[in-house]
Design a protein around this ligand. Structure first.
Ligand code: APR
Length: 320
């Protein structure tokens, strides 16, 4: 069987890490694309030269012409500009919406059967613009945010409890932004829900609240440290987990920005919810019961996403 083809649109910090991880995990041949000629070619060659050392077999190439993504099975989009200190994800909206439009058209022309994962921020809006511009089915265009947000949550919890990250599950819903909803009730250590661990004295409610807040601010914490860009290792790992679930039909349950058609009372929007990713793309949206407080946080998050979609629509109509 021929190897799968993975196209990476955007070959910056996340794009480069994606290519290396796709190689190490032998997910398929990798095509890197960028508007800056030379960068995708240089990174592709550099990673290919690591393959004899690491022992992975795959081809790596770089391009600045959309033709190169022809027939890709998976496309991961990071094209656009990242945040600088003091900027919110929403400040990127005008520039990155135009980029998503161009990328969507390229995908429509050359890889209409691909499974597309968007990482570009502000995520929940950019994935929407990308889906619209590409015309691909909603099941095949999905946004990466929840895997990253829950990975941050899991990491902070594992640190607090001094247990393996592998045994901590973390559930995060809603938009990828300040209104994201880390769900304490559905997060656990080896199946023991966090509220029970508070009762058992493993941690205090105040410490748990601080971890929830740190998770919400997880992206900004990295931006403030780096000063010249935003996080890239963990975002790349997260998107690769989604790509792998699709390519291997693993049917993992992962929190992603998925298109809702009435689930959670939301219609026609991309919002972070748990989904099953398998060979059919997004095969199912998993609905869970939310209590009053969780529902109100979720609704606030949805309203924030809706507000940004309105901003994009106005920009697209040429209004200020
Ligand atoms: N088409 C293709 N690539 C583009 C385009 C475009 N129209 N416009 C910009 N790019 C490329 C840039 O040349 C750059 O190489 O996208 C790349 C983005 O890389 P970085 O600036 O290093 O940003 P990165 O850290 O990878 O983050 C990318 O993901 O998490 C989000 O907020 C983040 O929106 C940002 C995106």
């Amino acid at each position: 069987m021929a190897r799968k083809k993975i196209a990476l649109i955007g070959s910056g910090q996340i794009g480069g890490t994606l290519a290396l991880l796709a190689g190490i995990k032998e997910l398929g041949d990798v095509v890197m694309f960028d508007v800056v000629d030379g960068v995708p070619q240089g990174k592709a060659l550099d990673i290919a030269e690591a393959s004899p050392v690491e022992g992975f077999d795959a081809t790596f190439s770089g391009a600045s012409d959309y033709k190169a993504i022809k027939g890709a099975d998976v496309i991961i989009v990071t094209a656009g500009i990242p945040r600088k200190p003091g900027m919110s994800r929403d400040d990127l909206i005008a520039t990155n919406a135009k980029v998503m439009d161009a990328v969507g058209k390229g995908i429509k022309k050359y890889a209409p059967k691909a499974f597309v994962i968007c990482i570009t921020n502000p995520l929940d809006v950019m994935v929407y613009v990308l889906q619209q511009a590409s015309g691909l089915p909603e099941s095949h265009v999905v946004g990466m945010a929840g895997v990253l947000d829950s990975a941050r949550f899991r990491y902070f919890l594992a640190e607090e409890f001094k247990v393996s990250v592998e045994d901590v599950t973390g559930f995060v819903l809603g938009g990828h932004g300040d209104t994201m909803v880390p769900l304490v009730r559905y997060s656990s250590v080896a199946g023991i829900p966090l509220p029970d661990l508070v009762k058992k004295g493993w941690t205090t409610q105040a410490k748990l609240d601080a971890i929830v807040q740190r998770t919400r601010d997880g992206g900004a914490e990295i931006v403030n440290l780096l000063k010249t860009g935003s996080a890239f290792y963990a975002p790349a790992s997260s998107a690769i987990a989604m790509a792998e679930s699709y390519l291997k039909d693993k049917k993992r349950v992962l929190p992603c920005a998925a298109y809702l058609t009435g689930q959670y009372g939301v219609k026609g929007l991309y919002v972070g919810v748990p989904v099953v990713i398998g060979a059919g793309g997004v095969e199912r949206v998993v609905e869970i019961d939310l209590n009053k407080a969780e529902k109100s946080m979720f609704d606030k998050s949805v309203a924030a996403v809706r507000g940004l979609i309105d901003v994009v629509r106005k920009l697209q109509r040429g209004e200020k």
